[in-house]
Ligand binder design. Structure first.
Ligand code: GLU
Length: 469
């Protein structure tokens, strides 16, 4: 039997990191089992679906390493409406489902509770199909439904606690629960690896598989991802969109490594490992079934390590979208013609060791490309003390006089200027740094001055000296 798994997102918004994790889990499982990964877009909720999100799903998957053309699909749920209806009809014909004309109010009046499920009133009325009549599944009164779940063992549900649930609405349209099962059946899915939030649907869905006479799949319900307050990551409250992380400059390699560590770890006390190690060692059976903390700080630290592991040229290439402003990434504060690739290449190794996400490259290097630095006023206020104007003037003069414009010389020059005023190098550096780069923190100062050049660096120091009051 060939293993066939599927990832079945609904195109209702940005691509959630939890979705990326489920997709990768399916991807790895298929690979390990020599199976097939199927992408199915569940696009039947017309009110919430938007076509633009479909492209978002495809490109997010592509980015994380599930490349177009390397899987089956995308299939679209909306294209299987005939199959959904045929299954509903079969269930009715075989007596496993019945029509029901009860209103919600009538059920509530009978059961006396808002929260109780359906009371089975129409079970044996033998109503034919008709406008406004829902089709309900006849849940067995006895026995239990045992779900075989790779992560959770065998969650067991008593059938008598499962109400006769609706499988097609009053207008005849099948509900998601049924459509999802019929699609899995039609597509020959053998393993359903999906988010834990679907677990309550699973016994109902398994009953549908049984009633339709097909062996149900093996399930794997992946634990939810939570924030530091142990709340389920929500798109309204938390940063959850894979696209947001991508645009901030997380590397796909770091992201997917981190996502796989939620609830699982490779052998030997390692965390940062080659993707091939994860592909070899990952075991769904070993995934911890309790909620997994999505720790953005840790992800950042991971990303920094991944950035530092790049070759310098790869790093330069990886920074390009932030240096030019591509796609959904905001353009940098300089004009394209102001960008100087050589200057950037000269400071890139210094930046590579200092940034955790690629977007941070921009504030680190903007002083090189702008006519005048973007002055951070708080930094200015902090750095410019009494005597700073005089220090800047002296530094300007000393810089203008150096023979060789290199970091070493510039450092000893400023050291001397500071010493004459009883200032240690650190103190003497602060106003110069703000004058030249606009900020109190950034790349090493003297290398920055060297790359900025003997034309621009002294004139910035002079201009700042004139501004200090
Ligand atoms: N379309 C469903 C969702 O996005 C997935 C259902 C499933 O995986 O079975 O949550």
């Amino acid at each position: 039997m060939t293993v066939r798994v599927r990832f079945a997102p609904s195109p209702t918004g940005m691509f959630h990191v939890g979705g990326a994790r489920s997709a990768l889990q399916n991807w790895i499982y298929a690979k390990q089992q020599g199976g097939v990964f199927v992408l199915r877009i569940e696009d039947t909720d017309a009110a919430r679906n938007k076509p633009e999100w479909i492209e978002g799903i495809l490109s997010a998957l592509d980015w994380i390493g599930i490349e177009r053309g390397a899987y089956e699909g995308p299939h679209f749920q909306s294209e299987y409406a005939d199959e959904h209806r045929a299954a509903a009809a079969r269930l009715h014909e075989s007596g496993r489902a019945y029509y029901c004309d009860c209103t919600r109010e009538a059920v509530q009046a009978r059961t006396g509770s808002q929260y109780q499920g359906y009371d089975g009133f129409c079970r044996d009325r033998g109503l034919p199909a008709g406008e406004g009549r829902a089709l309900r599944f006849r849940t067995p009164d006895e026995g239990e439904t045992v779900v075989v779940d790779l992560i959770r063992g065998e969650p067991t549900f008593e059938n008598k606690l499962i109400e006769d649930f609706v499988i097609a609405r009053g207008d005849g349209s099948p509900v998601f629960l049924l459509a999802n099962v019929v699609d899995d059946m039609t597509m020959g899915i053998t393993h359903v690896i999906r988010a834990e939030e679907h677990l309550p649907n699973t016994p109902k869905q398994q009953l549908l598989w049984d009633a339709l006479g097909v062996k149900p799949p093996i399930w794997a319900h992946v634990p939810v991802v939570v924030n530091e307050k142990r709340q389920k990551l929500s798109k309204r409250r938390d940063k959850v969109a894979l696209e947001a992380f991508r645009d901030e400059g997380y590397l796909a390699t770091a992201m997917r490594n981190y996502l796989m560590l939620l609830g699982w770890a490779p052998s030997g006390d390692r965390e940062i490992v080659e993707w091939s190690v994860i592909e070899d060692e990952y075991r769904l059976e070993e995934v911890n079934p309790s909620p997994a903390f999505f720790d953005e700080k840790k992800l950042r630290a991971f990303n920094g390590e991944y950035i530092r592991a790049l070759g310098v040229e790869e790093f330069v290439e990886a920074c390009r979208p932030w240096l030019t402003g591509t796609g959904t990434i905001a353009p940098p504060p300089w004009q394209p013609e102001e960008f100087d690739a050589d200057a950037f290449a000269a400071v890139a190794p210094l930046a590579q060791t200092r940034i955790a996400v690629l977007s941070e490259i921009v504030p680190n290097v903007d002083f090189l490309f702008l006519d005048a630095p973007l002055i951070d006023e708080a930094a200015w206020a902090k750095a410019m003390k009494e005597g700073s104007a005089e220090l800047l003037d002296a530094a300007t003069a000393a810089f203008e006089a150096v023979e060789s414009w290199d970091a070493e010389t510039l450092k000893s020059t400023l050291e001397a200027v500071g010493a004459e005023r009883g200032l240690k190098l650190g103190k003497a550096q602060a106003p110069v740094r703000v004058a030249v780069t606009g900020r109190t923190v950034g790349l090493p100062l003297f290398e920055s001055l060297e790359v900025l050049g003997r034309e621009r660096a002294p004139s910035r120091a002079r201009a700042a000296g004139a501004r200090v009051v």
